[in-house]
Design a protein around this ligand. Structure first.
Ligand SMILES: O=C(O)CCCC[C@@H]1SC[C@@H]2NC(=O)N[C@@H]21
Length: 249
């Protein structure tokens, strides 16, 4: 496989409950970074305890890593993965128009949700025992609006929005290549360049957005993402650095 990035392994499964669940089961036995891809998931997980609709023809995979950084630093890989997804989508379609990144880690196309990322990890203390970066992309089919939560973004597919018919296998190669590039950038130069590149592609930067947590809702101007990956919103007199929330436009 000439295009496959050096140092990364891959496993392709016909069917699994969830590639993230599989990652947790096998992580202890993996030596290096490994992509686990499934043609079919029967219990795919989304963020915040939700499910993830996974119609045939779409992309579903999890990258398993064994990071050496402290957990907060390792978690910044959600931005690394978002950038990799952006690049893979641009490489697959030949165009960047309409593609943007939504904090914390969705990819939007023409204002609808094209892809989502679910980070899960295990371990305690100063180091994680593994980090699982689960990625789902609506390549050929967008789930029905009825299958997503009320108020959630409209799901879109790459095929319907761009006409590009890219299969999950070639997409994995594009994504793995892009991820390897950004991972090298992250481990060599830290979060700074990743943060800058992410902000260049951010949806609604400088606009008024709403961040909802389990305890509060803040509507303010989307100023930036800080060095720790927090969403920074300003209201009339306050700067809010928000570590985790659901964002609404
Ligand atoms: O809620 C989100 O936006 C995140 C969705 C992540 C879905 C992917 S599909 C591959 C991997 N396996 C899972 O069970 N979930 C992630």
């Amino acid at each position: 496989m000439t295009d496959w990035p050096q140092g990364y392994d891959r496993k392709v499964l016909a069917e699994v409950d969830s590639t993230n669940a599989e990652a947790a089961r096998v992580a202890g036995g993996l030596i290096g970074p490994t992509w686990i891809k499934a043609q079919k998931q029967t219990a795919a997980r989304g963020r915040r305890g939700r499910g993830w609709a996974n119609p045939a023809g779409n992309f579903a995979a999890t990258l398993v890593l064994h990071p050496t950084e402290p957990p907060e630093q390792a978690a910044l890989r959600s931005f690394v993965a978002s950038l990799a997804l952006y690049d893979a989508i641009v490489a697959a379609t030949g165009r960047a128009a309409g593609v943007s990144l939504k904090w914390p880690n969705d990819v939007l196309l023409n204002g609808g949700k094209l892809a989502g990322i679910l980070l899960e990890s295990a371990g305690h203390g100063p180091r994680l025992s593994h980090l699982a970066i689960g990625i789902g992309v609506n390549l050929r089919n967008a789930p029905d609006v009825g299958e997503v939560e009320p108020g959630a973004m409209r799901p879109v597919s790459l095929l319907s929005e761009t006409g590009a018919d890219v299969g999950p296998e070639p997409f994995l190669t594009l994504l793995a290549q892009a991820y390897a590039r950004h991972e090298t950038q992250f481990t060599t130069y830290g979060f700074g360049p990743i943060r800058t590149a992410w902000l260049d592609r951010a949806a609604r930067l400088g606009e008024v957005i709403t961040a909802r947590t389990s305890r509060s809702e803040i509507t303010g101007t989307f100023e930036t993402v800080d060095e720790a990956g927090n969403l920074v919103l300003t209201t009339r007199d306050t700067r809010h650095a928000i570590p985790a929330a659901e964002v609404f436009f």
